[in-house]
Design a protein around this ligand. Structure first.
Ligand code: ADP
Length: 323
């Protein structure tokens, strides 16, 4: 192993910079040449590949976003595109590729590594925490902390006006941001794709709460919930409870940005280090995960989006603590 390349791909997540930094500095420590690729797979196709030094990653561990930028790349779905990518990587004699991204990016890396002789390592960078083979993903902790900071503020204004707020957080396929931010902010209800919520049960409860003068209510909804998101939930509540002052807040893209938390910086540093280590050990075409606090390798074809079972106990906790 002599020359490795690193890129960030797909959806961005806070902590990607810390991972890039760890890859570059671990690579240099082992006397490898480390190349950065701009804009994910698109940058390989456009030959936006440049040598990185230790100082290229100075002062970025605390920064959100990704200095390597990220993009989606249609051509990479096709064999011809991947062949061109291979040829460009070969021009720089790259013999190892580290991809920081989500399951889509791993899919691409898996195909690429099957077709060509460049080993790939994936690092899970996604705020949704829904990748098989790891207990946590780079960006989740920061996203959830951003969400709770915002929801705490909403609670203040909800309290001042005795309002009901329906707050939508990110998570098209997974409700972890909703579950964690909802519990951490004392929300009365959490709605997420992993679990069907009967809206009429919530409405009945809201009516009962009103009778006992519990007027501040927070409902946290994951964007991918079956009911159709916060606007739809609020619309149906207003229909049945016109007397309640019901408002909607969609947190949106603030959840993707910001300085990564300590947890995400440590996770990214550890995973970036482990990615280079794996390549040096000849462990190829795996995603680096952390399971029970130990580095865990998952073959790239198994590093897919995973809808995990949510322990029903969590919902009992939500109910008891918000009553
Ligand atoms: P994420 O990595 O966040 O899940 P995407 O699903 O958009 O994001 O994937 C990022 C990029 O990975 C795509 O734009 C494409 O270039 C590549 N990719 C995704 N899926 C495949 C696939 N099945 N085959 C080849 N390349 C893929």
């Amino acid at each position: 192993l002599n020359n490795i390349a690193v890129l960030t791909s797909g959806g961005d997540a806070p902590g990607m910079n810390a991972a890039v930094r760890a890859v570059v500095r671990t690579g240099i420590y082992h006397q490898l040449n480390v190349f950065g690729v701009m804009y994910g797979y698109r940058g390989i196709l456009k030959n936006e590949i440049f040598p990185m030094e230790s100082k290229s990653v100075a002062n970025i561990i605390q920064r959100g976003g990704t200095i390597l930028k990220t993009a989606r790349c249609k051509e990479f779905y096709e064999y011809e595109g991947r062949k061109k990518a291979y040829e460009n990587l070969k021009k720089h004699n790259i013999d190892g590729l580290i991809v920081i991204g989500g399951d889509g990016s791993f899919n691409g890396a898996q195909k690429f590594s099957q077709e060509f002789d460049i080993p790939c390592i994936g690092l899970p960078g996604t705020i949704d925490k829904d990748i098989a083979g790891t207990d946590n993903t780079i960006g989740f902790d920061t996203a959830v902390n951003t969400a709770i900071e915002a929801i705490d503020k909403i609670r203040d204004t909800a309290d001042a006006h005795d309002r009901l707020f329906v707050i939508e957080v990110m998570g098209r396929d997974a409700g972890y941001i909703a579950l964690h931010s909802g519990i951490a902010t004392g929300a009365e209800h959490i709605m997420m794709p992993e679990r069907k919520t009967e809206l009429h049960d919530i409405i009945e409860e809201l009516q009962a709460n009103e009778r006992r003068k519990k007027l501040v209510n927070l409902i946290v909804v994951a964007e991918g919930d079956d009911t159709g998101g916060a606007n739809e939930v609020a619309r149906r509540i207003k229909e049945s409870c016109p007397q309640l002052d019901t408002r909607v807040c969609i947190l949106g893209h603030i959840q993707r940005g910001g300085s990564p938390t300590c947890t995400d910086r440590i996770l990214a540093s550890r995973m970036g280090y482990a990615a280079v280590d794996a390549l040096l050990e000849g462990i190829h075409n795996v995603m680096i995960g952390i399971v029970n606090d130990k580095i865990h390798y998952t073959p790239l074809d198994k590093a897919v989006k995973a809808k995990q079972e949510i322990d029903p106990e969590w919902f009992k906790i939500v109910k008891i603590l918000a009553s």
